[in-house]
Design a protein around this ligand. Structure first.
Ligand SMILES: [Fe+2]
Length: 352
């Protein structure tokens, strides 16, 4: 691992742990929205249209010689949204979204003057084995976002460390409700993917972390009884919803057939609230008035100069956005890899 590059991936500040992030009443209303408006689809299904697409995209994560299958990446974690385009779409939880307490937390985290809510979503799940690989969340730059730029390019830009001036300042307040007996914590690498991870241990009820997840590797810890972690019949079109027959319980179905019932005790609820942060009025104006936006041409010029300075031999492509060998070069030069160290897997012995 390139330690210098790995060191780029450190959050602006040490994550801060907050207890009772939402009031009991706010938690009740958040959960009520989730119970009443299901069923909810898999996170994976929201990113990939088919099993083939998922396998093609994630194939790089399996060791050479191993044929990737859908089963390797399918994990029973479901997602829904409390907001759309920066607007709260559930009036009953508006106070949770336009959250003055959270705005103060993220301003203080960044030592910044201004913040605005950007988005709010939830993950729900029952037992699950290490829900996905360690990752950083997708970032955005002034002038270049998901609306005009492919994710691979924005990821490469973040990894290069060359575009900090344009990178959006963001922070999140991530809150967990999980009373299960095995695992279920939050694993994060605050000093970089080359350094030791830390674990925010469950059970937790309204415990939150203030983080910059675009610049910090993180993942969910395995949770729940081993025998329940991968329900038979789980597919890309599986859904999760409140169990209408058992108060507090949930169920997962595939094509209308229930494949797993999840007792309240094993239910894990994560609420993810994200904000845009502006250091001062000048930075807010530069952002809103688009007076210092990146263009694709500028981004490629910066990358190409850096590659030359590193002594890389290559031909400047006519269309760098689609040129496969150029994309391969960028991916190789700016590779960060995955974290070097992992915490031990939670064992059933912890159940005591
Ligand atoms: Fe994430």
């Amino acid at each position: 691992m390139d330690i210098e590059r790995a060191r780029i991936f450190r959050p602006v500040a040490e994550p801060r742990i907050v207890e009772n992030a939402y009031t009991e009443d706010q938690h009740r209303r958040l959960l009520d929205v989730v119970r009443r408006h299901g069923p909810w689809t898999l996170i994976l299904a929201q990113h990939f249209k088919s099993a083939e697409e998922l396998i093609a995209t994630t194939a790089g994560m399996v060791p050479e010689g191993v044929t990737p299958t859908l089963d390797m990446f399918l994990s029973p974690v479901f997602r829904g949204y409390f907001s759309y385009g920066g607007v709260c779409i559930r009036p009953e939880i508006e106070d949770c979204f336009y959250n003055t307490k959270f705005l103060a937390l993220v301003r203080d985290y960044w030592k910044a003057e201004y913040a605005e809510p950007e988005g709010m979503l939830f993950n729900i799940q029952g037992p699950c084995g290490g829900a996905g690989a360690p990752h950083v969340d997708a970032t955005r730059f002034r002038g270049m976002g998901l609306d005009n730029t492919p994710i691979w390019l924005m990821n490469t830009m973040a990894k290069s460390g060359l575009f900090k001036r344009w990178q959006a300042r963001k922070a999140q307040v991530v809150t967990w409700y999980y009373r299960g007996s095995v695992g279920g914590g939050f694993v994060y690498w605050p000093e970089g993917p080359h350094a030791q991870p830390r674990v925010l241990e469950a059970p937790m009820w309204g415990r939150a972390a203030v983080v910059e997840n675009e610049m910090m590797f993180h993942t969910a810890q395995t949770n729940g009884p081993a025998a329940m972690r991968k329900p038979a019949g789980l597919a890309l079109n599986s859904v999760m919803e409140a169990d209408p027959e058992v108060p507090g319980a949930w169920r997962i179905s595939t094509d209308g057939t229930v494949i797993q019932q999840i007792p309240e005790q094993e239910f894990r609820f994560l609420v993810h609230w994200g904000a845009n942060v502006y250091m001062d009025l000048e930075e807010l104006k530069v952002t809103r008035d688009h007076t210092d936006d990146l263009t694709h041409e500028m981004a490629f010029d910066i990358l190409i100069s850096d590659l030359r300075a590193r002594g890389e031999q290559f031909e400047v492509p006519t269309d760098p956005m689609t040129d496969k060998s150029f994309i391969g070069l960028l991916t190789r030069v700016y590779d960060v890899g995955i974290p070097l160290h992992f915490p031990p897997e939670p064992g059933e012995a912890q159940a005591a």
